[in-house]
Design a protein around this ligand. Structure first.
Ligand SMILES: Nc1ncnc2c1ncn2[C@@H]1O[C@H](COP(=O)(O)OP(=O)(O)O)[C@@H](O)[C@H]1O
Ligand SMILES: Cc1ncc(COP(=O)(O)O)c(N)n1
Ligand SMILES: [Mg+2]
Length: 529
């Protein structure tokens, strides 16, 4: 009997999708490259139809190679016939012929169209000459749901009179609206003598002004492409709302209102996104020219910290120091003093376990501890608080069985962060491995007063877990100088070290206790060999 074929889409999730039709920027600050990064940062898939390849850097545009019209058509056909984007966004369209091809290809396209009428790069180089003005005005703009000219482009579309004030931006938005697009956003990134960054939206009825703090930076190459892509991404995310309204076939006035609401929501978020990325990137250095790119994903500075991060090494677990705010209070020392002393005494990894510190104070203390750890090349983990780990860019987290599931933590933290999980049984150890943890903490080995009502597993329980675990193990719970030998002498290869709280921090001199404990650990590992 022939088996019925499973529907191809069963169990799959449709993701929002923007198609960008634009030029490539070899310096990757603007154009297609900016669109890809902006959509990725906003959680939206981005496909790309390339209209021109530019040789470009932070100095300017050194060359432009226009893609043949037929091949632009072919790319459009490939994407539109198969992948069904929710929104099309256009950037550099270098010739009237390419605009014609685009408009023909979009005839059947029912979804939103965002047009960024790119003409001149921020460096002042021409990307699309005056020949295309007529095509913009007559063919593309009337099809657009939103068009986003900067000051120079708005001026060019209207015959050349310069725009110098917010008032000028308003009248330009109104005049461009008369050409036919549903919404016009005139961007004021280059408005002279303006302390904030103002953009003006006109929807045919009302004006809206969007203000944000002007970031003082020269890394603004690609802001226009990024804003338009982010607006397209927001529209793609909201497109289910739009299509629901469209399909109800309600009268045009109501439909327009809905478009506007989505546009306004998307605009606020998009502008905030550009502002945050510019602020994050204001001091990065790429290229020697006047206008640098910025970091759309806000990650590049991670690799510029004083000490380069290295991958997790299981031997880091040898002497694992876990801080405790109550003990520090009792002995009158700060979290960072405690961490510094433990590291100077030989701690090979540090975990901040702060159960009753306010979030703001915890973050500040964690940042100070991180600096100390980085200076000594010792990884710093945060217990349970993934938000704190992300905010201070710690090396990872340690989580318990009742905290956030490890697989979710992995998704949030990404592939490079260290994740440790407390496990008492081989089953939990197996799950930790499947979920993508880097190590497990097994215990309590002995009773301890840092965790009340904690079931102890004893040396036998520890050994059972170690024998089964595919991940490196650190033993925890009531371990100190008097019993560390018994633990390490279990001699199971996966057991890489001991984690200690009271034995280091509930003592008068953390430095001395750390030194002594490290010596005892080393002696017992030697004895095993
Ligand atoms: N220095 C800045 N600080 C904050 N926002 C800015 C800055 N420069 C530009 N923007 C914003 O970036 C977006 C793109 O604007 P603009 O730079 O004028 O476009 P284009 O790159 O096309 O010339 C707008 O929302 C604008 O307000
Ligand atoms: C290929 C290409 N497309 C667009 C721009 C506009 O850049 P900006 O957003 O800085 O004006 C550019 N410089 N290069
Ligand atoms: Mg700009």
């Amino acid at each position: 009997m022939q088996q019925e074929e499973e529907p191809k889409h069963l169990g799959k999730v449709r993701v929002p999708h923007v198609l960008t039709v634009a030029g490539s920027d070899s310096g990757a600050g603007a154009g297609i490259q900016a669109d890809l990064k902006a959509c990725s940062a906003r959680g939206v898939y981005c496909s790309t139809v390339i209209t021109a390849v530019t040789a470009q850097n932070t100095v300017g545009v050194q060359g432009v190679n226009v893609v043949a019209e037929d091949f632009v058509r072919e790319q459009l056909k490939s994407v539109l016939s198969d992948m069904h984007p929710d929104v099309v966004k256009t950037g550099m369209l270098p010739s009237p012929g390419i605009i014609k091809v685009l408009c023909q290809s979009l005839k059947e396209f029912q979804e939103a169209l965002v047009v960024d009428p790119v003409m001149v790069s921020t460096s002042g180089d021409v990307l699309a000459g005056p020949l295309i003005l007529a095509s913009f005005r007559e063919e593309l703009l009337p099809m657009a749901d939103i068009v986003t000219p900067n000051l120079r482009e708005a001026s060019a579309l209207l015959g050349g009179a310069p725009l110098q004030t917010v008032g000028d931006m308003r009248s330009a938005a109104k005049s461009i609206h008369d050409i036919g697009p549903r919404n016009v956003l005139v961007k004021g990134g280059d408005l002279p003598e303006s302390s904030d960054a103002v953009d003006v939206l006109f929807d045919g009825k009302e004006f809206y002004e969007f203000h944000s703090t002007r970031i003082i930076t020269s890394n603004t190459h690609g802001t226009g492409c990024t804003l338009a892509s982010s607006i397209a991404a927001e529209l793609a995310r909201g497109s289910s709302v739009l299509s629901a309204v469209k399909h109800k076939d309600i009268e045009k006035g109501v439909q327009l209102k809905c478009w506007l609401i989505v546009d306004v929501i998307g605009l606020v978020q998009s502008k905030r996104y550009v502002g945050s990325a510019l602020d994050y990137s204001k001091d990065i250095l790429i290229g020697g020219g006047r206008q640098g790119p910025f970091d759309h994903l806000m990650k590049l500075k991670h690799n510029a910290l004083p000490c380069m991060r290295r991958p997790f090494d299981p031997s880091d677990l040898l002497m694992y120091a876990v801080t405790d705010s109550r003990m520090n209070k009792r002995w009158g020392r700060s979290m960072s003093d405690a961490v510094k002393a433990a590291i100077e005494g030989g701690a090979t990894i540090v975990q901040l376990r702060e159960k009753d510190t306010d979030t703001g104070d915890f973050l500040e203390a964690a940042k100070t501890c991180l600096e100390i750890c980085r200076r000594h090349n010792v990884p710093l983990l945060i217990n349970d608080r993934i938000d704190i780990a992300l905010a201070c860019d710690a090396d990872g987290v340690h989580i318990g069985q009742s905290d956030m599931p490890a697989c979710v933590a992995r998704t949030i933290l990404g592939p490079d962060k260290i994740i440790g999980i407390s496990c008492k049984t081989p089953q939990q150890a197996e799950k930790a491995w499947i979920d993508g943890a880097d190590y497990i903490g097994c215990g309590g080995v002995y009773p301890t007063n840092t965790k009340e009502n904690n079931i102890t597993v004893g040396l036998d329980g520890l050994k059972t877990v170690c024998l089964e675990s595919k991940l490196p193990v650190v033993a925890i719970g009531g371990i100190g100088i008097s019993n560390v030998r018994a633990v390490m002498e279990l001699g199971v290869p996966s057991l890489k070290g001991v984690a200690v709280v009271s034995a280091l921090f509930d003592r008068e001199c953390v430095l001395t206790e750390s030194r002594n404990l490290l010596r005892a650990i080393m002696d017992s590992t030697k004895a095993v060999k």
